[in-house]
Design a protein around this ligand. Structure first.
Ligand code: BGC
Length: 761
């Protein structure tokens, strides 16, 4: 089908109708022109396909529930995520779904975000790599994705209306790069806009975000779809760049578009552009044959593998892996009732569920297993359940506690109010570990919990996340050493809520949430504040150990556009095979604007047999060294030295290499009549034209304020170093004080200097 020919044949009503859904999950078909409907389904970690897309129903067809994004991200394994994407696409094909609504690439601004379980990380580089690989995996099979929720959708509180007040640099460096990378490296078929406003404008109507940045600057070729119910003003949304409104049907909206074109309020060319984008994707979707079956057992096993790779061993005094056949007291409701996914739009009807207790039994051989529920489903306190668990634990060799953060504390739709487990769960862990030193805690949650009340008393902690339908088996795999844990945290675990970066600006009110911490979220914040955390970003234990040696850089002096490659040898120094994720952070020694102390710019996961060494190579490009300058309105590099930090986590840097960057940028001069003396002197062109007058101006200033006058001593008439103050004042303001000594008026003088720096004379 030639798209332009189709557009030429379409009526205005047909165009307007195409830009709004026909149902909750489908586009409007145009039968007379042979344009089929396109079906979308949530997403992201499983296919939530309702039986009939034209009916309002909440139940969905069985599909594999893979681990949610917190777990997936902790694998740091881009190949595995690609494989998960391919499997998801196979299920979409079998379930007749054209576009899967995921992945979510929003940043975890605060661990309180109710939807953090659906997002990858607090770090934009990591989230971008994972999102791009997820998309490439799904789309390699001819199924589309929807990268969501663009942008600055970081909380559930008033998520349909609140305005995220974020400065330009923070948007560019923290909240947009994961989307940018995914768009540039994977071209998702669709991007889903956020519900919220960004700096006062609904994301669904945000011309700068949707058109200027996403489409024009990043070259996004697909269609922009609204989040479900995110559109307030359909015509304004089309003008902003929102192509497809969901859900439908919305006859009134269709009419609004028709009338806007007729009245001249909306240029038909704008509508045609959205129609073109939608038709292009509908045509791509139509090319992938649908139907058939998917490999239920194979995907369950893949889900188990991903879960085992994503679980993070947080503490281990040597108890794990469990060795001899022994008496194990299994305690906790989630051992029998697996907590493996989050609430909300991503909720999957699993093909089957691995029950943690049963899976433990399967792998425990001759061990004796006993079970106590330990805590109730609600928030009540039940001492009797604790007493029963303690009695079991005393009689056993090991106590394995399965602790799941209940849904009333974490879900899409509402934020968390604290980082705690329930009172009962905390009391249970303390009581059991008081009588049983060999206590292992397995957590099932989508985001960090605080542990200082109980972690010292337990022997081991495994962060099991929302582990997907096969996670119960993955836990047993890790506990018994069938899998050597290699997951590492993609987000910091803080010591307490009040330590967290957004604490004082969360969740906002009066219609606005101010991103007051700016660039400093996650480890960027804890680095800057030199604050201790419970577990740092990038952290995770293994049953073996790794040594890093022989760090190398391809060149110690390099041009920004060429970049450098870092290499390091990693050796498995233990007795069992294992995997290690090497992380590369970049530290800028000196910069024009404040920067985070270090930022993740590369990583690689290696698989090593005992005693084996492999060399890991990680390329660093222009963007690894650049920052976004709001005055230049572009990413810039600055000449100078950078430290390349090679680490096993954000807090475990093993080697540091220093390199010197030569910037190839020829930046425009941004001096204007408000520029300070210091800015004039820092700018090469400014220094060239104003520099010769500086000494004269300084002498004049010191003379005027009594410098050198015996009566006042060294500090002059007003007792200060006058140049310290003047250097940060606009040049014109300083010259105003010296008017008498100048041949021309200060404003004319500065205007003349500006003409020279801007090459106008
Ligand atoms: C969610 C989206 C989801 C959509 C469709 C919205 O409420 O924010 O992530 O894809 O519903 O279910």
């Amino acid at each position: 089908m030639n798209i332009q020919t189709l557009i030429d044949q379409m009526t205005l009503e047909e165009k307007a109708a195409l830009c709004t859904g026909a149902s909750a999950w489908s586009t409007t078909p145009i039968e007379r022109l042979g344009v089929p409907e396109m079906i979308v389904s949530d997403g992201p970690h499983g296919v939530r396909r309702v039986p009939d897309v034209h009916e309002m129903a909440l139940g969905s067809l069985p599909a594999t529930c893979f681990p949610t994004a917190s777990c997936v991200a902790s694998t740091w394994d881009v190949d595995l995520i690609r494989q998960m994407g391919e499997a998801l696409a196979e299920e979409c094909i079998a379930l007749n779904v054209d576009v899967l609504l995921g992945p979510g690439a929003n940043m975890k601004r605060s661990p309180l975000g109710g939807r953090n379980f659906e997002y990858f990380s607090e770090d934009p580089f990591l989230a971008g790599e994972l999102a791009a690989n997820f998309i490439n995996g799904v789309q390699s099979k001819g199924v589309g994705t929807s990268l969501k929720h663009y942008a600055a959708n970081n909380q559930e509180f008033q998520r349909f209306s609140i305005s995220a007040a974020v400065d330009e640099r923070t948007l560019r460096e923290i909240y947009l790069p994961a989307f940018e990378k995914a768009v540039k490296q994977a071209q998702p078929w669709t991007v889903m806009c956020a519900y919220n406003k960004v700096n006062g404008t609904f994301a669904s109507q945000h011309h700068r975000l949707l058109t200027d940045i996403l489409k024009d600057e990043w070259g996004f070729e697909g269609l922009v779809v609204s989040d479900w119910g995110a559109v307030r003003d359909r015509v304004a949304a089309l003008k902003g760049g929102l192509d497809w409104e969901m859900p439908g049907p919305q006859e009134r909206r269709v009419q609004e578009v028709v009338e806007a074109v007729r009245s001249g309020d909306l240029d038909e060319a704008v509508l045609d552009e959205s129609v073109r984008r939608i038709l292009r994707i509908v045509c791509m979707a139509a090319e992938t044959p649908k139907g058939g079956n998917f490999d239920v057992e194979g995907h369950h096993q893949l889900a188990r593998h991903i879960a085992a790779e994503g679980m993070v061993l947080l503490k281990n005094n040597g108890l794990l892996p469990l060795k001899e056949p022994q008496h194990i007291a299994v305690i906790g409701r989630s051992a029998e009732h697996a907590h493996f996914q989050g609430g909300g739009s991503s909720h999957i009807n699993p093909t089957k569920v691995a029950v943690p207790f049963k899976e433990l039994q399967v792998q425990a051989g001759h061990a004796e297993l006993t079970y106590a529920e330990g805590y109730p489903t609600d928030n009540s306190f039940r001492q009797d359940m604790i007493d029963q668990a303690v009695a079991l634990a005393v009689a056993a060799d090991v106590a394995v506690l399965y602790i799941a953060l209940p849904t009333f504390k974490e879900s899409e739709g509402y934020d968390r109010t604290d980082l705690d487990l329930t009172e009962q769960q905390i009391a249970l862990i303390k009581a059991v570990s008081a009588v049983q030193p060999n206590t292992v805690v397995i957590l099932n949650n989508g985001a960090p919990v605080v542990m200082n009340a109980w972690m010292d008393g337990v022997a081991a902690i495994l962060e099991g996340w929302m582990m997907g339908q096969a996670g119960g088996a993955a836990i047993a795999d890790v506990l018994f050493g069938r899998v050597n844990p290699s997951g590492k945290l993609a987000e910091t675990f803080p010591l307490k809520l009040s330590d967290t970066p957004a604490y004082l600006n969360w969740p906002g009110g009066a219609g606005e949430v101010r991103y007051g911490e700016g660039l400093f979220i996650g480890y960027r914040y804890y680095d800057a504040k030199e604050m201790p955390v419970q577990f740092p970003f990038g952290y995770g234990l293994s049953y073996t150990s790794f040594a890093y040696s022989n760090p190398q850089v391809s060149s110690t002096t390099f041009k920004d556009v060429e970049g450098v490659t870092v290499a390091v040898d990693v050796t498995n120094t233990g007795d069992v095979a294992g995997k290690e994720t090497v992380q590369v952070y970049v530290h800028d020694r000196e910069s024009g604007l404040i920067r985070p102390y270090k930022e993740l710019k590369g990583f690689a996961k290696v698989d090593l047999q005992p005693g084996e060494t492999k060399t890991v190579s990680i390329p660093l490009d222009f963007r690894a060294f650049a920052y976004y300058h709001p005055e230049y309105r572009q990413w810039i590099t600055e000449d100078g030295q950078f430290d390349i930090l090679i680490g096993a986590s954000a807090a475990d840097i093993r080697h540091s290499l220093t390199v010197t960057l030569e910037s190839t940028l020829d930046l425009p001069c941004i001096l204007d009549k408000e520029s300070t003396i210091r800015e004039w002197m820092a700018d090469p062109r400014g220094r060239a034209v104003f520099g010769p007058f500086y000494a004269q101006m300084e002498a004049e200033a010191r003379k005027m304020f009594g410098g050198g006058d015996e009566r006042y001593g060294n500090d002059g008439a007003i007792g200060m170093d006058i140049m310290e103050m003047f250097n940060d004042m606009p040049l014109v303001s300083v010259l105003m004080f010296q008017q008498q000594a100048l041949p021309v008026h200060p404003e004319d003088m500065v205007a003349g200097l500006l003409q020279q720096v801007h090459n106008e004379i």
